[in-house]
Design a protein around this ligand. Structure first.
Ligand code: HDD
Length: 689
């Protein structure tokens, strides 16, 4: 039982201290409870009495346990960690968090965007990547996504985007997915969303693990040095485990296999000491560079190719502690793009500017008080002084009369409170050009007009397999558009501005004629393809952080199994034994090997590679078990390595597993294969657009 005495700052003796026994159950007001199982009644079978304050308090508190979920990014998983600044960038920024060698506590929350708090972890969706740095100069929140661009250019469009993508207003479905009428109706009418749609339809929205995805600050921000000189900056998180995504069929089946696939994966990794890490990188550029680009660096639907401005690594993020309590920490954490520190500043990106209002506002409706910054997970770790007072749920107890300034209380021997700090945050006095001041206008700058060049850049930077996945995703999503039959052709008409081949594939996949090309606000130009935009070109052949599922049954060769487990573990992989009975299987040497998972509940989609270590006898038995056949069939369909004992061949045959580079014995060849996915196999297992 939790003892709240210390956290309340109560200096008195606790009930358990008094008795010296196990902690005593009390009400929220500290009154010891004698019976927490039976309500107070008038007679043994009579009505419950209103005076039962124990019952009423318990039910009252329970009735109010939930707070409004986030309007977007409702489902998330969090972790504590540390950020270490590893490079000297004092020429660029005076921020304490970037001072080389400085370690700063962080809390990170990853999320899906569209689904509710109880939705699944693996829909096709953008992932939030929000980091709160508790710096010595106040909290800095970098509230980004796993995609470096966004759907819209101006925050005033955000409610439309979110209304369109979330479940439809009358029927309240679909949950957590964009494959429905209203999203594509909106998207097809919003050419500025095309670049983001390319990312959203790629495997970027199907991450294998939160530990294997990039993060981006998205907007252009500014770094400011001691002299007040500002540079433009884009922030990048690069995962140490490399990029890895699932494929669509696998993601669908993961939803059935494990609703909490990502949450569990993150928790278990941290719990077992396999701390996830990312490098923080920056792309720094100046006004002259910005002016020379064919796109506007203030437009959040655009990225800056890494080939033009290389990413420079300046620090490392390590997640090393799971939350103690999901609600208190992960649910109540409030990220605010307005949380900025001296040495970093905003740009005029109109999407960012709108966000600066929205997040502060939403915390009040979600957490119910302007004092949400006092909740421990949100509180700055550095001293905090100001003259803001009172409000709902005020827990600070400021002393004295100093609640205004200026004041001269100190001259009279009273505590006058905070003083101005010379290091205080000062907005960069940026020279503003004619476009950034003057008449009040509701306009979009013409420098934001090119909606297609970077969508084309993204598509053409993918390898052939990735392009096929993008085309197939468009087909799948648009095939889910019901009665709005003008929507798919309108979307394909936009795609003709991206790439004619892509548009044709989507039209063919949908079985509709190729529509006329949509008129572009500005004709797209060809940009040089960039390897940084491809997942496949940024994967890491490793077993680190990966799980190998090993299917066994009675008669499995003990030596073969042990050698395999040792080889997987030697490569820092996780060997997970799967058997028809969780109690285990009787091996060839007579010993019993316990299973980590029962076959019916441990399908191959939860693993990165599988091994099937079966005797003749075991194989014969499992030929009659659909889950075993499916285990091999799905691993093959999901392009995974399959290492099998020679005696398991009848099972592979029944599962339709054909020989290729990813199908091996259970020895060294398997360990090598397990570090890869076999995308060349895909045309043999499914028809892609
Ligand atoms: Fe947002 C939450 C990321 C545009 C309004 N957003 C939220 C979260 C992430 C992002 C990761 C979850 C934070 C958490 O874990 O608690 N949002 C982005 C990115 C954007 C973006 C990368 C574009 C570059 N957002 C955006 C706009 C608006 C909002 C344009 C409104 C004008 N976002 C919100 C919000 C949320 C939110 C409604 C919901 C819960 C919260 O803020 O705390 O205020």
């Amino acid at each position: 039982m939790t003892d709240f005495t210390t956290s309340r700052g109560n200096g008195g003796e606790t009930h358990q201290q008094a008795s010296g026994d196990a902690p005593v159950l009390t009400t929220n007001h500290g009154v010891p409870i004698s019976d927490n199982q039976n309500s107070l009644k008038s007679g043994k079978r009579g009505p419950t009495l209103l005076e039962d304050f124990v019952l009423r308090e318990k039910i009252f508190h329970f009735d109010h346990e939930r707070i409004p979920e986030r309007i977007v990014h409702a489902r998330g998983s969090g972790a504590h960690g540390v950020f270490e600044a590893t490079a000297d960038i004092s020429d660029l920024s005076k921020a304490a968090v970037f001072k080389q060698g400085t370690q700063t506590e962080v809390f990170v929350r990853f999320s899906t965007v569209a689904g509710g708090a109880g939705s699944v972890d693996t829909p096709r969706d953008v992932r939030g990547f929000a980091v709160k740095f508790y710096t010595s100069e106040g909290n800095w929140d970098l509230v980004g996504n796993n995609i470096p661009v966004f759907f819209i250019q101006d925050a005033i469009k955000f409610p439309d985007l979110v209304h369109a993508v979330k479940m439809e207003a009358d029927r309240a479905y679909p949950q957590a997915g964009s494959a429905h009428d209203t999203f594509w109706d909106w998207a097809s009418l919003m050419p500025e969303s095309t670049h983001m749609l390319m990312w959203a339809m790629s495997d970027r929205t199907l991450p294998r693990s939160l530990r294997m995805m990039e993060g981006f600050g998205v907007h252009t921000f500014k770094l400011v040095n001691e002299e007040g000189h500002a540079s433009f900056v884009k922030f990048h998180w690069k995962p140490r485990l490399g990029l890895q995504s699932t494929i669509w069929d696998e993601a669908l089946k993961l939803q059935a296999a494990d609703n909490d696939y990502h949450r569990r994966d993150l928790w278990e990794a941290i719990d077992t000491g396999a701390f996830p890490q990312w490098d923080l990188g920056i792309q720094v550029f100046d006004q002259a560079f910005a002016d020379a680009q064919p796109y506007d660096v203030l437009d959040a639907t655009k990225l800056i190719p890494e080939d033009d401005v290389p990413v420079r690594v300046i620090g490392t993020l390590t997640l090393n502690r799971n939350p103690d309590n999901f609600f208190a920490e992960t649910e109540q954490v409030a990220f605010l793009p307005t949380n900025i520190v001296p040495g970093i500043d905003f740009s005029n990106d109109p999407l960012l500017q709108g966000r600066l209002f929205s997040y502060l506002d939403t915390q009040n409706s979600r957490l119910g008080t302007t004092n949400f910054h006092q909740i421990p997970i949100n509180a700055a770790r550095c001293p905090m002084h100001n003259f803001q007072r009172d409000g709902k749920m005020q827990v600070h107890v400021p002393k004295g009369r100093a609640n205004y300034e200026p004041n001269s209380l100190a001259e009279h021997g009273e505590d006058g409170g905070a003083r101005e700090s010379r290091r205080g945050f000062a907005t960069v006095n940026a020279a503003t050009g004619a476009d950034e001041q003057g008449d009040k206008l509701r306009v979009r700058s013409e420098t934001f007009a090119d909606h297609y060049s970077q969508a084309r850049l993204f598509y053409r930077s993918q390898d052939a397999h990735e392009q096929a996945h993008i085309a197939s995703s468009f087909v799948f999503e648009l095939s889910k558009v019901g009665v709005l039959d003008k929507v798919p052709p309108r979307m394909v008409a936009n795609l003709r501005n991206v790439d004619e081949d892509l548009a044709q594939r989507v039209a063919d996949g949908l079985g509709i004629p190729l529509p006329d090309k949509a008129t572009a606000a500005k004709e797209p130009v060809d940009m040089s393809p960039s390897d940084a935009l491809s997942i496949h070109k940024n994967m890491k052949p490793t077993l680190e952080g990966r799980a190998v599922g090993i299917l066994i049954h009675d008669g499995t060769d003990a030596a073969e199994l042990d050698a395999l487990i040792a080889a997987v573990e030697a490569e820092q992989g996780k060997a997970v034994i799967v058997a028809p009975k969780v109690g285990g299987a009787k091996l060839s040497d007579g010993s019993t090997r316990k299973a980590d998972g029962q076959l019916a509940g441990s399908p191959s989609q939860i693993f990165d590679a599988v091994a099937i270590v079966l005797s003749d006898e075991g194989t014969r038995a499992l030929l009659k078990e659909g889950a075993a056949v499916q285990f091999a069939m799905d691993a093959f369909g999901h392009l995974k390595a399959i290492g099998a004992s020679a005696t398991a061949k009848p099972l592979l045959d029944k599962a339709g597993v054909e020989p290729d580079a990813g199908v091996t014995d259970t020895g060294a060849a398997f360990i090598d294969a397990a570090k890869h996915r076999f995308y060349d196999r895909e045309p043999n297992v499914r028809m892609l657009a």
